[in-house]
Design a protein around this ligand. Structure first.
Ligand SMILES: [Zn+2]
Length: 421
């Protein structure tokens, strides 16, 4: 990768594109002032109407990292941004998770002087966004069902990733070797850094993506019994609470963010940082200081109770979130909605094992609290249904409580508590 500084990204923009970013930026500010979110998406949409290839124009001359996968995108984007921030350059990023084309446009337009960008990308849009931005680095975290996506859609997606990465020989791929679908998707890329980042959710990857036979697993290792497809040799390894770097040196991962999933995200971020010449200690110092990501893991004081907010969007995310719950007897509130961004169907609730919640105070809320209640009944978890966070706080009479919610339920709770991070 060239280390010479790229030209000022703004100076190359055609007049119409400059106009598009100006108008889009004004619309975004208006939307923010009107209290309709952070305004980034509306600004991007308007910019793209005026200049359909705006993303391509805005990306020109910048060094770009794309981050995609089913879970962990927002957090990993934040950690990579922290690590690369130690280089002292301004970095553009869609830090609040607006991860489709308009969100990327808004992030780049907002930071015209940034010579680098770390961008979270929706997994379905990654191929088009890679082609539009010409990103130098693509980070593949994992690939599993989101809500009620069918397995066939995941496989189709992996095939699209594989094709676009094979056609981008200059792109460096950082990929999770423990996820067989990800490994296959990156399998024809020219330059791959393989990371043993772990895979908690195995249900979507029992079949070999290459030939359809049964995959065999032996601890972390996996291979196909029928074809040569196997786990690639890894450079970076997450081993319990430690990270092993490409030289074989093992060091502790002391993070403020909780849980195995975040340790996995951190190891991926360290591998990306290395590509840009950021040393381990320098990157690690920045990564371990990140304490909340777009309001997730945030602590909020509410009526004398220290609430910790956890977001989980799909079965794999709920498993990871249940892993990081504070130990009993700390009470927990679960909130589930089924609006369009959540998926209308709540049958995924049955894919998660809730038995570990037995023996502690559990509160159930959200628009689909009855679906959740039925599910908890089946797992013999005692619970109380509540109408709000405040009701749960009042009933719990506890100095602290974990609040775990899916996407729109999380947004509603944050709106009640105020945007605190
Ligand atoms: Zn096979």
């Amino acid at each position: 990768m060239s280390t010479s500084s790229p030209p000022d990204p703004r100076s190359g923009l055609p007049l119409r594109a400059r106009l598009a970013t100006t108008v889009g930026g004004a619309a975004g500010r208006a939307s923010r002032l009107a209290g309709r979110g952070d305004g980034s998406v509306i600004g991007g949409i308007i910019g793209l109407r005026l200049q359909p290839d705006l993303l391509c124009l805005l990306a020109r001359g910048r060094r770009i990292v794309l981050v995609t996968g089913t879970n962990g995108k927002t957090t990993t984007t934040r950690l990579i941004t922290a690590a690369l921030g130690t280089l002292g350059q301004q970095i553009a990023s869609n830090a609040f998770g607006a991860n489709m084309e308009a969100g990327l446009v808004a992030a780049l337009a907002r930071a015209p002087d940034a010579t680098m960008a770390v961008l979270e990308v929706d997994e379905k849009h990654m191929p088009a966004m890679l082609q539009a931005t010409g990103a130098q680095v693509v980070t593949l975290l994992n690939l599993s069902r989101d809500q009620m996506d069918r397995a066939a859609e995941i496989w189709l997606l992996a095939r699209r990733w594989r094709a676009v990465l094979a056609a981008a020989p200059d792109c460096r791929v950082i990929a999770n070797a423990d996820d067989p679908l990800v490994a296959w998707a990156a399998g024809q890329a020219r330059r791959v850094t393989w990371v043993a980042a772990g895979q908690r959710w195995h249900d979507d990857s029992w079949c070999c993506p290459n030939c359809g036979s049964h995959l065999r697993r032996d601890g972390d290792d996996w291979h196909c019994g029928e074809c040569p497809n196997r786990r690639p040799p890894v450079s970076w390894v997450l081993a319990g609470d430690e990270v092993i770097d490409p030289t074989g040196r093992s060091r502790p991962l002391d993070l403020l963010l909780p849980g195995r999933a975040n340790r996995s995200n951190a190891v991926i971020a360290l591998a990306v940082a290395e590509v840009f010449g950021v040393g381990f200690t320098q990157a690690m110092n920045a990564i371990q200081q990140v304490r909340s990501v777009a309001g997730r893991y945030t602590h909020v004081e509410r009526r004398g109770c220290d609430l910790r907010l956890l977001l989980a969007k799909n079965p794999a995310g709920w498993l990871e979130a249940l892993d990081v719950l504070a130990p009993a007897p700390v009470p927990v509130m679960l909130a589930v909605n089924a609006q369009v961004p959540d998926g209308k169907d709540t049958s995924w609730l049955w894919d998660v094992d809730y038995r570990r919640l037995r023996g502690r105070q559990v509160f159930v809320a959200g628009e689909r609290k009855l679906d959740l209640a039925v599910r908890l009944e089946a797992d013999e978890v005692a619970f109380r249904i509540v109408g709000s966070v405040d009701e749960a706080v009042d009933l719990a009479r506890s100095p602290s409580m974990d609040v775990l919610a899916n996407y729109t339920a999380f947004q509603q709770i944050r709106a009640v508590l105020g945007r605190t991070a």
